[in-house]
Structures are given as C-alpha cells and as structure tokens.
Design a protein around this ligand. Structure first.
Ligand code: 0X9
Ligand code: ZN
Length: 444
C-alpha cells in the first residue's frame, strides 16, 4: 500500500515536472484564453473499491444459492457444498442475516490482484476515481455544476454520470441556452478519452472567473459524460495489466450500436468481432442512456465524442463516402475542422475517409437525433498519432499535453453552439484567426 502511495506521489511529481517543462504550458495559447491553469488529475483513492470476494456454504444446494443471490451477492462460482461471488459488504451482511453461512470474505484486490491501472499509469482515472473526481468538481462550484446519472451500465452496478456546467439551471432542469455535450470512453481501452473531458470540466470550473469562460458558463449549457463504457474500462484494467478491451461487457461495440445506418457496412453481425454492432440498434443500456439523454435536450447543438488514437478530427458521414447534402452545414464542418486542426495539429476529414463504419454516435447525432434539428457532431481521435506513441496506452505524460492541445477546440465548440454556421465566417472568439467583424455585425 505504502509503495503504491509513494508510486503515485512520484508519478504526480514527474507529470507536473513534465507539464511545467512543456513549452506549450506558457499560458500563451491565445490572446483571448485565460492563463492556462492545469493540475494533474487527482491521484487514485485506494478505498473506492469496497466490494469483496465472498465464499459461502450451500449445504442445501440451490436454495442456499438463491438466498445468497437474493441478498445481492453476484454468484460467480458454484462448487459442491459451497459457492462464491462478488458482493458489497452490505450484501454480505444481508446474506449473513438471512441465514447464509459466510466462509470467507476477502477484498477483490486480494482475490484478483490489482483492480486498477498498472502502477505507471495510476494517474489515469478508473471508474471509482472518476466518480470521486466528478463529485469533487460538482461540490467545488454548486452554483454552476450539477452531477447526475443517466442510467446504469450493462453490468448494472455502475452509473453513467453526467456533469452539467451552466449558470442558472441545475440537474435535469430544461434550458433554452445553446447546448453542447462531450462524451468519453465509448471504447474501454481509450482511457485518455476519459481524462480529457474530465480535465475540461475542472478547467472550466477553475477558470470560471476569467471573463471569456464566465461568458460561456453564463450563455451555454455544457454537458460532460466522461465514461460511456465504465464496465469495459474496469475490465480493461482488471488485474493490473491491460486487456485491450474495446466493447462493453455484453460484447457490443457501442460505436456501432446507434440507429442511423445501423447494420450497414463497417460493422459486424458476429458477436465475436471487435466491431459487433449488437443484436439491434440501441440494444445496449449505455447507448440507450445517451440516446434518451440527448433526445430530452432539444437545446443541444454540438457534440464531441472523444476517442483515441490517430490525431484526427472527424465529421459526418461515417457510414457512407458521400458528403452530407446540406451545403452550408458541410462548409461549416470543413471550416470548423480546419480551425480545430490548426489548434491541435490533428488532421480534419470526413469520418468515412478513415474507414466506413455504420452506427456510430456522430452519424446518429447528425442524421436522426432531435428529428430534423441537427446536432453538429465531431469524433476526435486523440493522441498519439500512431502505435509508436503508445497506441491506446500512451502513458501518463500524454495526459497534460493532450489536454493542452484540446482546450481551445473545446472552448471554440462551446462558443459556436449557438450557431455553428458562424464558423464559416470565422466568427468565434476562440478561432485561431478571429474574423474582422463586418459593418453592422458584432462578434458574438
Ligand atoms: O472505429 C471507431 O469507432 C472510431 N475509431 S476507434 O479507433 N476509436 O475505434 C472511429 C469512428 C469514426 N467513424 C467512422 N469512421 N464511421
Ligand atoms: Zn474509439
């Protein structure tokens, strides 16, 4: 335990030192941007996971197992005369009181080894740490931030959290302010895609007094869903080494499970495949939750789904090589892509130029969500550029630099949420080269 805490401290110090030495950490990312204040993510809280591996006697066979299951123990192993499974301490207590003879209860870490990131990557947030971090952010600015769950994961024991940042509306209260949603970790192994939206939330709160950030918080409705696939994330790190898990724990690729174009090319109907689309569109609790969340908020105008890796900025369509047939919108996607490309060094392109894939978040957001009222969606493939940079596991040093590159595009998109078509005229306070206002037309 002590070694683990020492390791965390060393990792944090190292990450800070790297951040400070990074030439991009000079606060000069743009005249209109506040001085960048970045803190390393909060280190692991080792007491988040309290579930235990419990063994209990089953003298009568199935009735004893039923009793245990009914008390909340998820039974994983059945042997003659006994069984074992995973449970919260409360469930163990309930089972004991109900008459189940508990033989032993040990922590999941004792049973399975570490339930966390490998030591070198412990700065990344697992599910429990993400929850704690979200709670901290919400508690630090209750006038601006609310935290709620939009549903449970497939395994039913994890919440799909949403952090909402706006002045004047709380929780699920409707708002007519232009809205934007940031999503992370549809794909379990893409852990950096949890860190970036999490850091964005903290950045907005920490810098809320800066006039430009205050303006965004006053006039926009900002939603952050940092972990769409928490079951997969936890499995990916479940024994101290990575499992290269992509799908949710029902074995479905969540980024092939949305309804627009579902079942089309670039998505598999074979459950064993990595890109299995699921038995039907929106078959999964995770995508159902995102769908219901978005459909209930007609004010959403922009969506950014973070993935890794390749350093790309992708816009619809993804399921066909045809461009979208709305010319002004297409021009806006191209303009936004180019602008954000300059900010990040990432390459902007139509999603299908990477490869055709049907049923992804963005095609649905553009093609079907909110009926005809289209949401401007982007997929960002974050750092690294290639497998040489660590692929899905680029290490702790990737977090701060990737966030640094991604602040400005996030602010730019938040700003444009009132009318993304403004991008075509270069009109955003966060554009790299803000447009000169035309006569009689003030910059918004
Ligand atoms: O394949 C995906 O779901 C995304 N790439 S990843 O490596 N993160 O898995 C890209 C989705 C982009 N959309 C389409 N090409 N349709
Ligand atoms: Zn992905």
């Amino acid at each position: 335990m002590i070694t683990r805490i020492l390791g965390l401290v060393v990792a944090l110090l190292a990450a800070n030192a790297r951040a400070i030495n990074d030439p991009r950490f000079d606060g000069k990312t743009g005249d209109l941007l506040p001085t960048v204040k970045i803190e390393a993510p909060t280190p692991a809280s080792s007491d988040v996971e309290t579930r235990v591996w419990v063994q209990f006697a089953t003298p009568g066979g199935k009735p004893a197992r039923d009793l245990a299951a009914d008390s909340g123990i998820s039974i994983e192993e059945v042997m003659p005369g006994q069984a074992a499974g995973i449970a919260t301490p409360e469930a163990v207590d309930r089972a004991r009181k109900a008459g189940v003879k508990i033989l032993s209860a040990i922590t999941l870490e004792q049973r399975f080894g570490s339930l966390d990131f490998p030591e070198k990557d412990s700065i990344y947030h697992n599910y429990g740490e993400t929850k704690v971090e979200l709670e901290k952010i919400a508690a630090s600015a209750p006038d601006l931030v609310s935290l709620f769950s939009i549903g449970k994961s497939f395994q039913k024991n994890k919440d799909l959290f949403v952090l909402r940042l706006t002045r004047g509306a709380k929780g699920a209260e409707p708002s007519t302010k232009p809205g934007i949603v940031f999503l992370g970790t549809h794909h379990a192994r893409e852990h950096l895609s949890t860190e970036i939206p999490l850091m964005l939330a903290k950045y907005l709160v920490d810098n809320r007094a800066q006039p430009e950030i205050a303006r965004l918080l006053d006039t926009r409705d900002i939603y952050i869903i940092p972990m769409v696939n928490p079951d997969g994330v936890e499995y990916d790190i479940s024994d101290g080494k990575y499992h290269m898990q992509r799908k949710n724990m029902a074995g479905v690729d969540l980024n092939r499970n949305y309804s627009y174009g579902w079942g089309g090319p670039g998505a598999s109907d074979n459950p064993r495949d990595e890109t299995y689309r699921g038995p039907s569109a929106f078959s999964e609790p995770e995508t159902q939750a995102v769908k219901a969340f978005i459909e209930a908020r007609k004010n959403l105008k922009v969506l950014l789904s973070y993935h890794t890796f390749s350093e790309l900025i992708l816009y619809p369509w993804g399921g066909t090589n045809n461009p979208i047939d709305d010319k002004p919108a297409h021009d806006a996607f191209v303009a936004m892509g180019a602008e954000m490309g300059k900010m990040t060094g990432y390459t902007p392109q139509q999603s299908s130029a990477l490869y055709i894939a049907s049923g992804d978040t963005c095609d649905w957001a553009w093609g079907s969500a909110l009926g005809g009222k289209k949401i401007f969606p982007f997929t960002f493939e974050l750092t690294p550029k290639s497998m040489w940079g660590g692929g899905f596991y680029p290490g702790p040093e990737a977090i701060a630099t990737t966030f640094q590159a991604n602040i400005r595009p996030a602010l730019y998109l938040i700003d444009l949420a009132d009318n993304p078509l403004r991008a075509t005229r270069g009109q955003s306070a966060f554009a790299v080269t803000p447009a000169e206002p035309k006569a009689g037309e003030a910059l918004q």
